[in-house]
Design a protein around this ligand. Structure first.
Ligand SMILES: NC(=O)c1ccc[n+]([C@@H]2O[C@H](COP(=O)([O-])OP(=O)(O)OC[C@H]3O[C@@H](n4cnc5c(N)ncnc54)[C@H](OP(=O)(O)O)[C@@H]3O)[C@@H](O)[C@H]2O)c1
Length: 273
């Protein structure tokens, strides 16, 4: 199936985690395709700058600060953006974080923060647009999970668990929402060159996608109404084969995968536009 050049034209697309990495690239890609794009994240300055550069290039863009773990704040941000851009046709729940799971110093607060952002944040994002989409009998909700959701990666227990939960969450929602005309897609990338990964990974990983490549692929999955899109395929294949191994062999193979580092925690912005 060929990409549809008019698919995004005139559509209102809201993207969480649009201040950096994949979300930032998604916004840029979507503006180029003719969509009106609403940017959501916590860092006001980063959103403001990105929106200004997209608007300067001729895009229709608005932004609103919200923490996806706070359902009311996120719903308010969505309402605010819909008032300015029109009702949401496509919502992309992309915001996510990684924190290492250190078993010798297991920090429940940090692990719960990963789940709160990557799973509850996605549920809050779904909740913010779903009533309107059901009323209109149309819409598409997209989640950015990860190939880490297929297998439990070392030092990434909460991250892998949160992403696996998003995959099954959307598998269920796809069935339940079908009668209402609302579509769902989960995009599950392998490693992507964003601030989420370490310099070591950046230097050593063979299958490292750019944020722009990941964004284009996610948009293509939406155009094709894919249920789940694991990519790139070589990483998918390795993970799929690993998932079929007996537990002891699996432990030996994955024990050598390098840990991901802690990304810096950005300050929480109070601003909203
Ligand atoms: N990079 C990879 O290798 C990779 C692979 C597979 C999947 N993914 C997934 O792709 C998504 C985007 O990650 P990325 O790689 O682009 O990382 P990134 O550059 O660190 O971007 C993460 C985005 O999420 C936002 N965010 C984080 N916590 C938030 C919160 N509580 N409320 C609102 N926004 C929040 C951040 O904005 P603020 O800090 O401004 O809030 C930022 O815009 C994540 O779900 C990640 O798990 C990444």
């Amino acid at each position: 199936m060929k990409p549809n050049p008019t698919f995004w034209q005139g559509k209102c697309v809201l993207v969480t985690g649009a201040s950096s990495g994949i979300g930032k690239a998604l916004a840029e890609h979507l503006v180029k395709q003719g969509a009106s794009v609403g940017l959501i994240a916590r860092r006001q300055e980063a959103l403001e700058q990105h929106a200004a550069s997209l608007s300067a290039a001729g895009g229709t863009v608005a932004w609103a600060c919200a923490d996806v773990t706070v359902a009311e704040a996120l719903a308010t941000a969505v309402q605010d953006l819909e008032a300015r851009l029109g009702t949401c046709d496509v919502m992309i729940a992309n915001a996510g974080i990684y924190h290492k799971t250190d078993v010798s110093n297991f920090n429940t607060l940090i692990q719960n923060t990963v789940v709160a952002t990557n799973l509850q944040g996605v549920i809050n994002t779904v909740g913010a647009v779903l009533p309107g989409m059901i009323l209109r009998q149309r819409g598409h909700i997209v989640a950015v999970a990860s190939i880490a959701g297929m297998i439990g990666l070392p030092a990434a227990a909460a991250y892998s668990a949160s992403k696996a939960a998003v995959v099954t969450l959307f598998q269920s929602l796809r069935v339940d929402l079908h009668p209402f005309g609302v579509k769902t897609t989960v995009a599950a990338p392998g490693f992507v060159d964003t601030p989420l990964i370490t310099d070591e990974e950046r230097a050593t990983l063979k299958e490292l996608l750019t944020a722009e490549q990941a964004a284009a692929r996610i948009c293509q999955a939406v155009e094709r109404n894919r249920a789940v899109d694991w990519f790139p395929w070589p990483t998918w294949l390795v993970c799929r084969l690993l998932s079929l191994l007996p537990a002891n062999l699996y432990r030996r193979f994955v024990a050598n995968i390098p840990d991901m580092e802690e990304p810096p925690t950005p300050p929480l912005s109070e601003g909203k536009r």
